[in-house]
Design a protein around this ligand. Structure first.
Ligand SMILES: [Zn+2]
Length: 90
């Protein structure tokens, strides 16, 4: 079972396939994994999923708390920048 978080972000990152710095779509995915069926114990594991907008290669990387915080912070900053651009253009 997988749920997708609504954090969305476009970032320039290095793509190994293209061997270039390309635009990537970055999403945070929280995968809920049950550890034991009988136990009803669940762990929520955050993954950082990047998709190269040039060649379409997807990579997912399990995040630790520090990475998660940074990723969410990046998403927040890019959202704030977008709002700022909108308010300045009016
Ligand atoms: Zn690529």
């Amino acid at each position: 079972m997988a749920t997708t978080d609504n954090s969305f972000n476009g970032m320039t990152e290095h793509c190994e396939e293209c061997n270039l710095d390309t635009l990537h779509e970055v999403t945070v995915q929280i995968r809920t994994e049950s550890l034991k069926k009988e136990n009803a114990q669940f762990s929520r594991e955050p993954y950082r999923v990047t998709e190269c907008q040039r060649c379409g290669v997807r990579k997912s990387q399990r995040m630790n708390n520090l990475m998660l915080r940074r990723c969410l912070y990046d998403a927040q900053v890019s959202r704030l920048n977008r709002l700022k651009e909108l308010s300045e253009s009016h």
